[in-house]
Design a protein around this ligand. Structure first.
Ligand code: NAP
Length: 475
């Protein structure tokens, strides 16, 4: 494990700053100190906003923004091993998954560079109305202003990339507040941005007191947009409090999948076993609820359970590990208590439900009541439920029986059924014959209902981070 116990400063106005106070980043696997990071509060956040505002007074042309974004992608590729080890050490993410995250972050920066190069407005067909005849009009996309970005612990590199790369593509300076458990990946990427030629003030990273930093984002008028990924309880409150700002929310899910009897059950079992337990289920689109057509229920379980049981639980630094720790022991205990709650209400734990050392084993639950927490809330742990269904209508109703709506999936060979389900599932995205944990970084990604109010993916985030300016010319 990479455990260099050196200290890390935060970035304000192009300078690495120490604050005299420290945040300890400890390994979720064994509690060892990974690094200490300078701890910021309201004062440093105001300084970061000063720097961001000053930076935006001298706009960077699109070709420079694109070149910097391409430069970061290139540098990240060069330092991929270090980046993966950083993610793994601070988040407890198995190296296999951490390496995938780094490759995805490279792609996020690359896609953002494309957006910087192609960002343009539209021509308005003015003579389509009598009022417009004799005029020419077009729109330009104008950066919205300083962006306040808040990111979660579970993808400490790529979800930071999904905030800072589109912001730079759009021409916005950023003050970023990464999760306190995982600031090191964010600081590494900030270092790469400077190395790629980003001038001072365009990216500032403040780590530390969440509510203080959040309050500054809410109250300081210079922050024009807050982009938040994390839990609904924090996100929706930020949006309520910042009523006059754009507040983009990417929140949780209780991800359902429908497996119909005509599906390739081997393939479904393989994809769902991998995607219910990767990073111990701590992905917002981790497979959580699997609904299987009754005729295929036993066959599916015969193929699914051995795959789940073959997942290797252990040290995230080990390249063979599939399932590592939860982010904290209190989170592990919460997830265990949800399993116990389902068990006490008559559910069967088919595998898992116990600890292997300190780690929660991949857990599959059958017969959980519909209103049990594991059936309708976001577990955010290595737990999934399996339930039989009789009709597709019933399966869709079960899948929709949650306040969340981020991504859902269906496995079937019947194209008509797949398209029907895709229409009827109340989710921002539906995957067919792929686990709904799938995400490529150029996709429009985001939820409905309690799961959020926006779409990320550089092309979509750049639209959110810019405003249309209309120009009308009288000829
Ligand atoms: P969280 O507790 O809400 O934390 C997310 C971020 O918000 C962290 O940086 C946290 O800082 C900060 N924060 C906490 N309280 C705040 C406040 N009062 N004001 C401003 N910021 C505040 O969520 P998490 O546990 O890190 O992440 C898990 C959640 O994120 C899950 O629900 C998951 O589904 C969701 N998620 C969604 C997506 C998506 O794209 N839809 C992707 C990944 C994760 P501290 O760390 O300092 O507390």
């Amino acid at each position: 494990m990479a455990t260099a116990t050196t200290e890390r400063a935060i970035l304000i106005g192009g300078k690495w700053v120490e604050t005299g106070d420290w945040l300890e980043v400890r390994s979720p696997y064994d509690g060892t100190l990974v690094r200490r990071v300078a701890k910021a509060g309201a004062g440093e956040t105001e300084q970061a906003l000063d720097a961001a505002e000053t930076a935006m007074r001298e706009p960077l042309p699109a070709h420079r923004r694109a070149a910097i974004l391409d430069g970061v992608a290139h540098l990240l590729e060069e330092r991929a091993d270090e980046a993966a080890r950083t993610i793994s050490a601070e988040a407890g993410k198995p190296m296999k998954a951490a390496r995938v995250e780094v490759a995805r972050a490279v792609s996020t920066f690359t896609m953002a560079a494309v957006e910087a190069r192609t960002l343009a407005g539209d021509v308005v067909p003015m003579d389509a109305s009598l009022a417009g005849a004799g005029k020419i009009a077009f729109t330009m996309r104008h950066p919205i202003g300083v962006v306040g970005a808040i990111s979660p612990f579970n993808f400490p590199l790529n979800l930071v990339a999904h905030k800072i790369a589109p912001a730079l593509a759009a021409g916005c300076a950023v003050v970023l507040k990464p999760a306190s458990q995982t600031p090191l990946s964010a600081l590494l990427v900030a270092e790469l941005e400077l190395e790629a030629g980003l001038p001072a003030g365009w990216l500032n990273v403040v780590c530390g007191l969440a509510s203080e930093i959040g309050d500054v984002f809410v109250t300081d008028e210079r922050v024009k947009l807050i982009t938040f990924t994390g839990s609904g309880s924090v996100g929706w409150k930020l949006r309520e409090r910042a009523a006059r700002k754009r507040v983009n929310l990417e929140l949780g899910n209780a991800t359902p999948v429908i497996v119909s009897a005509d599906a390739d059950l081997d393939d479904a079992a393989f994809r769902l076993a991998a995607n219910a337990f990767a990073f111990a289920g701590q992905s917002c689109i981790s497979v959580q609820r699997i609904y299987i057509e009754r005729g295929a229920y036993e066959t599916f379980l015969d193929r699914f359970l051995p795959r789940v049981e073959s997942l290797k639980v252990g040290d995230p630094a080990d390249e063979e590990t599939d399932v590592g720790p939860l982010i904290s022991t209190s989170e592990r205990d919460r997830v265990l208590s949800w399993v116990d709650d389902a068990r006490n209400r008559g559910a069967d734990v088919l595998t898992g439900g116990t600890l292997e050392g300190e780690l929660l084993r991949p857990t599959v639950i059958a017969g959980a009541p519909r209103d049990a927490k594991v059936s309708c809330d976001e577990v955010f742990g290595p737990v999934c439920t399996v339930s039989p269904y009789d009709t597709l209508d019933e399966a869709v109703a079960l899948a929709n029986g949650t306040r969340y709506g981020l991504q859902a999936g269906v496995f079937t060979r019947d194209v008509k059924a797949a398209l029907r389900v895709a229409r009827e599932l109340e989710f921002g995205g539906v995957t067919v014959n792929e686990a709904p944990t799938f995400r490529a970084d150029q996709m429009p990604y985001g939820g409905v209902k309690d799961s959020g109010n926006t779409r990320e993916g550089p092309a979509y985030a750049v639209r959110e981070m810019t405003e249309e300016r209309l120009v009308v010319l009288q000829l």
